[in-house]
Design a protein around this ligand. Sequence first.
Ligand code: APR
Length: 310
Amino acid sequence: MITIIGAGKVGTSAAAFMMIKELDDILLIDIIENKPQGEALDLGHAASILGLSVDIRGSNDFKDMAGSDLVIVTAGFPRKPGMTREELVDKNAGIIADIADKILEYAPNAVVMLTTNPLDAMTYLMYKRLGWDRSRVIGFSGVLDAGRLAYYASKKLGISPASIVPVVLGQHGQAMFPVPRLSTVLGKPLTELLKPEEIEEITKETVEAGGTITKLRGYSSNFGPGAGLAVMAEAIKKGYNKAFIASVYLDGEYGEKDVVAEVPVILGKGGMKKIIELPLTDEEKAKFHEACESIRKLVASIDPKYFKRE
Ligand code: APR
């Protein structure tokens, strides 16, 4: 069973995409009474119409997640127009600490994936509070950032995004670091396919993508995150050993220690199987380090009480 904690926009979109893929039965948990039950009912009707064999339930009781092998955390405040992800740190740290304890109690053997922002700092907090091996605690958003880079590059190139292998490193936030030199169309770097001003444009569009959506429609993105969570969940559930960009705890990789940041990883049974280290230029290394420093600063601003269990 896949448990999704947070039956809001991201949680329900993830459930819908996972349902279409028939990955497993799905449990939606939320603190708002009746909301997860109502969302599950609507999704269940959709499954029935589509002829899918997936059981979808909603609950306000964390006990019901017992036995889940994959727990997806989409609970927490999203940003409003004009806000940065970083501004959510105080509001969401308490929620993540609380949910970590529930996971420890009811799903101690699960793989945990998060979307709660600011993503890298919240993943670090979850990792520390759970005290598990880093392979089982994964921050989602690199898949989203990379997907957005492929989207904007595809528009300029007139080539399907499916033929682009995008690389975005660092922070899911203001210090995000798209790397066009390492993003390719079958081995040919975007830097050789696009003009420097086009590269600059797609880089900016990628970094600002989430903010652009929020500004245009008044609330933050959910279909991109839902789709990204579904493909990652698929790789984990089915043991595909597939490569994604995701946020994981670094212990020396890319010259960084004790920080969670976006890097290429292999996902399969049991979660993160491997971190792939890409050869970076000195300038790229500096940008990656800058992103890690920005994440460390955010982590340092989290009230220390959230790291300790009573
Ligand atoms: N336990 C369970 N659910 C919770 C908790 C909690 N402790 N705290 C909040 N929630 C629920 C809310 O009740 C709400 O239904 O989380 C849900 C969040 O849904 P939305 O407000 O629709 O937010 P969404 O757009 O889904 O974003 C969720 O993901 O991408 C990030 O920045 C985004 O941090 C945000 C998170």
